[in-house]
Design a protein. Structure first.
Lengths: 292, 372
């Protein structure tokens, strides 16, 4: 029981971290960036190359990969979204172009690294573990949960207390009004993409470390879960995404433990469906849909 | 008069003796292995195996008046090329028996040609449970199927560890891992070992903590895992990370050095069934290994099975009264019993599948070693 809670929180914090970035861009632009999973995957490879080929220690490789992810986010915005902005159908067009970009990036990684699973060398990952009341918790799991929590708090602080945060919230409310008030909307959007992708990058590196498994298709395995999490948490809600991420992690783990592993996804998405029926705005979603 | 009579008598005796001494019958054996293509790594070992076996049999003088001749061809790891090679063996080279092809898939296409041509085939590496020896009465097999290896390996492990119950973890969305699970479940049931829990996962999964924790809670003495090698490494690593040190035995998916490369120290102690007991002190096995070392080859299971394939054909020729015709060999197979081979005492089952003891490998110091 205790061990399953640890397993669930651990899995859930990775879902949460991935979904935070997803929901940030959605909250600001009302669009889904489906290239998020490609950034997630590529940054795991960035960390891998830094550790394996440049022999950097893990704690130095993580910030570099996160920075690379942020910059890649700006590129994603420039390539997949900016050219389409202002069109009447920009939401759907952006969705499609981000899928295209994700496919291209995935194919590129496949060309360079091949389809085989890559691994961090033994010793790059802390393997010590401690026992807490019958449950075994590894150092790595604690670090991952802590990083996820720190990033959530940092992001909340940034959005609430800083100038950039105010601008992001202004653009989220109404890009037109923000522009009238002298906000450089394009720069704010670029900044949102930077933050969002940096979070995705952190999630990718931690996911790769957690299961010591970096592969071109790793983004696909969390993409749907991430979508479920932001719907469950309430579209655009940061604390909602964090809460829903943890909830999904726990739900999956306890489905395996009590019902059977074959039903894991069925139960997870069944609950998602129920939440949508009973509480359409998600767990912590803002009261009503904004009318444009 | 006398000298002439003696001369004639001597000449007559000499004439009688000559045919059996120098005009020995040559029996051709065709070997079709994957020397190129995806399975080339296996084919290279098989080639070493048959070449050594032909030489050894000819040198041993076991087949009086019969010399074996090897015709080696490349099946290209493809069905089309496999069929072409079989046709050449049967119609042009007129071989008495065929060894190969390397992969089961190729065999399903090529073996029917041999069945039609009434030429006996000995499969030395095909392990698919169905669709090989069912092709017809000319198709025989030396290589054990997974369904044969697992029960035998389980017995060895049971004798060694003495577990009272077991749990199974398997991938339920893959034909290969599901097939392995079916065999594991049946073998445990046949051995009267209660199964305390069964958990499943999907091929794409990376996180097995929930399943492993659930299994650990049931506290089984022994864990059997049917998984492809990538998942195998992750499962083993995560089990040990959870502080669970249960003995683990894997299916054929574990039978790869990638297990140790990917799981590192966590792979230590993991067991896998194998058809060839490399460490067997049996003189037939020791002589085989020494012979391969002399040729500069480090033999593996495929090499030992290919070597055994030739020994089986040679024994069939001997059983048929030193006759090397196609039907003589086929009839001789029926009488192959407890033949001494690198794989142990070898016999054929009524299903034309081979039967011999399997062994258990255990990971020790990053390498597979035979559990003794």
């Amino acid at each position: 029981m205790g061990q399953q809670i640890v397993n669930g929180l651990f899995l859930g914090s990775i879902y949460a971290l991935f979904a935070l970035g997803y929901t940030l861009v959605f909250g600001v632009l009302d669009i889904l960036n489906l290239a998020h999973q490609a950034v997630f995957m590529i940054c795991a490879y960035v960390a891998l190359v830094l550790v394996v080929h440049l022999h950097m220690p893990m704690f130095a490789a993580l910030p570099v990969a996160v920075l690379a992810g942020g910059l890649m986010g700006i590129v994603v915005d420039r390539v997949a979204f900016k050219p389409l902005r202002g069109r009447s159908d920009s939401n759907i067009a952006g969705l499609i172009s981000s899928i295209a970009l994700a496919t291209i990036l995935e194919a590129a990684v496949l060309q360079v690294f091949g389809p085989d699973v890559e691994r961090f060398p033994f010793g790059a990952v802390p393997t010590r573990s401690l026992k807490i009341g019958g449950a075994v918790v590894s150092e790595l799991q604690i670090v991952i949960i802590a990083i996820a929590l720190a990033m959530l708090l940092g992001l909340t602080w940034l959005l609430r207390r800083t100038r950039l945060g105010r601008r992001i919230r202004a653009v989220a409310e109404s890009p037109k009004a923000a522009r009238v008030l002298g906000v450089d909307v394009d720069r704010v959007i670029a900044a949102s993409f930077f933050l969002s992708s940096a979070l995705g990058a952190a999630a990718g590196v931690l996911f790769g470390l957690a299961f010591n498994n970096v592969a071109p298709d790793m983004g696909r395995s969390v993409e749907l879960k991430g979508l479920a999490v932001i719907v469950l948490g309430g579209m655009g809600s940061m604390p909602g995404a964090a809460l829903a991420g943890l909830a999904l992690g726990l739900l999956e783990v306890f489905t395996v433990a009590w019902i059977g592993s074959s039903y894991r996804d069925a139960v997870a998405f069944g609950v998602l469906f129920l939440v949508l029926v009973l509480r359409p705005r998600g767990l912590l979603g803002s009261a009503a849909l904004r009318e444009a | 008069m006398f000298p002439t009579v003696r001369f004639l008598a001597a000449a007559a005796l000499a004439l009688l003796a000559v045919p059996t001494l120098s005009v020995a019958e040559t029996v051709k054996i065709g070997a079709a292995f994957s020397l190129t293509g995806n399975a080339a790594a296996y084919g290279a070992q098989q080639k070493h195996g048959v070449q050594a076996a032909i030489d050894d049999v000819n040198k041993s003088g076991k087949l009086k008046g019969v010399t074996l001749e090897l015709v080696l061809e490349d099946d290209g790891t493809s069905k089309e090329q496999g069929i072409a090679v079989f046709q050449r063996f049967i119609n042009r080279d007129k071989v008495s028996a065929i060894i190969g092809p390397t992969l089961s898939t190729t065999a399903t296409a090529a073996d029917p040609i041999a069945q039609q041509g009434k030429t006996p085939v000995v499969a030395v590496s095909n392990t698919a449970a169905k669709g090989i020896t069912d092709i017809g009465d000319y198709v025989w097999r030396v290589s054990l199927t997974e369904a044969q290896v697992i029960p035998s390996a389980l017995k060895v492990a049971q004798a060694k560890i003495g577990f009272k119950n077991a749990a199974i973890l398997y991938g339920n969305d893959d034909v290969f891992t599901k097939g392995g699970f079916d065999v594991m479940k049946a073998s445990l049931e046949a051995a009267g070992i209660p199964i305390v829990d069964i958990q499943t996962f999907a091929t794409k999964d990376r996180d097995f903590n929930a399943q492993l924790t659930a299994l650990k809670a049931k506290n089984p003495d022994f864990l059997m895992v049917s998984a492809l090698v990538e998942q195998a490494a992750a499962i083993v690593s995560q089990a040990r990370q959870l502080g669970w040190n249960v003995p683990i035995m894997g299916g054929n998916g574990f039978n790869s050095p990638k297990l140790m490369a990917n799981a590192g120290p966590a792979a230590e102690g993991v067991m896998v069934g194998t058809a060839w007991n490399k460490a067997s002190a049996d003189p037939a096995n020791q002589a085989f290994i020494a012979g391969q070392k002399a040729r500069g080859n480090d033999p593996d299971q495929f090499c030992a099975q290919a070597y055994t394939g030739v020994l089986v054909i040679a024994d069939a020729i001997a059983q048929a009264g030193m006759k090397g015709g196609r039907d003589d060999i086929k009839a001789g197979f029926l009488k192959v019993k407890d033949l001494s081979t690198p794989l142990g005492k070898f016999s054929f089952l009524p299903s034309r599948d081979g039967s011999h003891a399997a062994a258990v490998q255990v990971v020790k110091g990053g390498k597979f070693e035979i559990l003794q």
